[in-house]
Design a protein around this ligand. Structure first.
Ligand code: PHE
Length: 497
């Protein structure tokens, strides 16, 4: 406003140091004032209300010592202040003087105060010789502080520079002219063209803020990994460093044959019920499975074989061919295990893993969703024992930061023995179930074509559970689904073990 009204009445401002800022007691001669003015000039410039040119000048600022003098007086003044008037008190010796005003002020101030005739010797100490002094150094400091220079001129400035009380610094002031859009008052400028402005026609008379192509702009929001993906990456790295290869798991849709029959899950098993498994309606039936393998599998179920009596229950081809959303990644493992059992050149030991999505037709609650992720490991080699499985899991889980494990006998249709895995949770201070495992049954392995001495063990766990524990999430709906906060995902830390 000051700049605009000055331009309005005077036509131009020759030197911005001649302005008197609102509330100021002197002209705007200091560099602080000029910086302030520069800010205002730039904002008026962007509206093309003014133009200005910059004049570079040499200015001065106070050193730390100079600042102290501006506040507390010069060293010589401090010496004079500390002493008694001659004949009115006990003269102060050099030691007492140092103790009173500090070593440095005493040392530097004494000589100057003597030279100025302010103090003199009396007995073994110093006394004041005059009743008042004029502390010109302090005045100079104050003048430089507020104007950046001295009226006394360059010679006086040079002397202060030599005493290291002031240093040179580039300064500036400005000459200001009216710009093409000059007006005495600042109008509100529009930054957006709105529907209201278009319909009311006000856009025709509005003034618009000039586009600033130099501005940095808002940082673009990059993608962020979901906590599940971070934990997946860590677990994947553990598998890879233990020499495991990743299995293909892209087929969410499987047949009853691969999801259950090939794993020796009886066709009457409750997991195959509509209430537990999502079945497809279109298409509802799978292509025929490999004929020979299908025949062997159905016979082992119905009549037994490979030392087993089988389930001795009627076999339904329709159940086997039903298409469904896989209920576990072991469906994908089964297909791959059969390939490695019958690979050309004969069986070779294998370590395999997968981390992918599975689906269960279950009631959802705070810790269960109808779809989640399974982490699965499978090891096939000759003469493996249960000790190998347990040993493997100890190494695997310790790499995940889980060191206390317990194994509990359990039941799976496709493994014998089967073990549930419990881990001690140090924060919850209790044992929690973290996975399921076992040695795959011969009724499953031998129809696939594995040699008799090959054992396959496997274990599975959910990806959601370790992720929730690690990120302190207790409702799965804040981790997955429409209630997940994108911001929380963006801010979530990298995983810590
Ligand atoms: N498929 C099992 C589950 O869904 C996990 C498992 C995998 C168990 C491999 C044993 C062997 O819980």
């Amino acid at each position: 406003h000051l700049i605009l009204s000055e331009l309005d009445t005077q036509g131009k401002i020759e030197d911005t140091r001649t302005l008197m800022l609102p509330g100021a007691s002197q002209l705007a001669v200091s560099q602080d004032d000029q910086l302030h003015i520069l800010g205002a000039l730039n904002s008026l410039l962007s509206r093309e209300m003014v133009t200005y040119t910059t004049q570079e000048i040499q200015s001065h600022v106070l050193s730390d010592e100079g600042k102290q003098i501006a506040l507390q007086g010069s060293h010589e003044a401090r010496v004079w202040n500390a002493l008694p008037v001659k004949g009115e008190g006990k003269p102060l010796g050099p030691k007492d003087l140092k103790a009173k005003i500090g070593d440095e002020s005493a040392k530097i101030g004494q000589g100057v105060a003597f030279k100025n005739g302010w103090i003199g010797k009396d007995a073994d100490g110093f006394v004041k010789l005059v009743t008042s002094i004029h502390d010109s150094t302090q005045e100079d400091m104050r003048e430089v502080d507020s104007t950046g220079t001295l009226k006394a001129g360059e010679k006086a400035l040079a002397a202060l520079r030599k005493r290291k009380l002031i240093t040179q610094k580039k300064g500036q002031w400005f000459t200001v002219h009216k710009g093409p859009h000059f007006s005495a008052k600042v109008e509100k400028q529009e930054t957006d063209l709105t529907t209201e402005m278009l319909t009311s026609g006000s856009w025709k008379t509005s003034t618009y803020k000039k586009y600033n192509f130099e501005a940095d702009g808002i940082p673009t929001a990059g993608g962020a990994l979901h906590p599940l993906l971070k934990v997946r990456e860590e677990i994947r790295n553990i598998f890879l460093e233990m020499g495991f290869a990743e299995m293909p798991t892209a087929s969410y849709v499987e047949s009853g044959f691969w999801c259950f029959d090939s794993l020796f899950v009886p066709q009457q098993h409750p997991a195959r019920d509509l209430q537990d498994t999502f079945y497809l309606s279109d298409p509802a039936v799978s292509l025929p499975p490999p004929q020979d393998y299908y025949k062997t599998v159905s016979e082992v179920h119905e009549k037994g074989g490979y030392g087993s009596i089988g389930y001795r229950a009627p076999w339904s081809e329709a159940d086997s061919r039903k298409l469904l959303l896989r209920t576990h990644t072991t469906a994908s493992s089964a297909a791959l295990l059969r390939t490695i059992a019958t690979q050309p050149g004969g069986f070779k030991p294998a370590k395999l893993f997968s981390i992918d999505r599975v689906f269960r037709n279950e009631a959802t609650d705070a810790t269960h969703l109808a779809e989640f992720h399974q982490v699965e490991g499978v090891v096939a080699d000759r003469n493996l024992t249960l000790a190998d499985l347990i040993g493997f899991m100890r190494v695997f889980f310790s790499k995940m930061g889980i060191h206390q494990l317990r194994f509990k006998p359990a039941y799976n249709p496709y493994t014998e023995p089967s073990l549930e895995i419990f881990a001690f949770h140090p924060m919850l201070k209790k044992w929690v179930e973290i996975g399921n495992s076992g040695m795959f049954r011969p009724e499953m392995l031998e129809p696939m074509g594995f040699p008799k001495d090959v054992r396959v063990h496997g274990w599975g766990l959910s990806l959601e559970r370790p992720t929730m524990i690690r990120y302190g999430i207790n409702n799965i709906r804040t981790l997955v689904g429409h209630k997940t906060s994108i911001e929380a995902v963006e801010r979530s830390p990298s995983v810590r073990f």
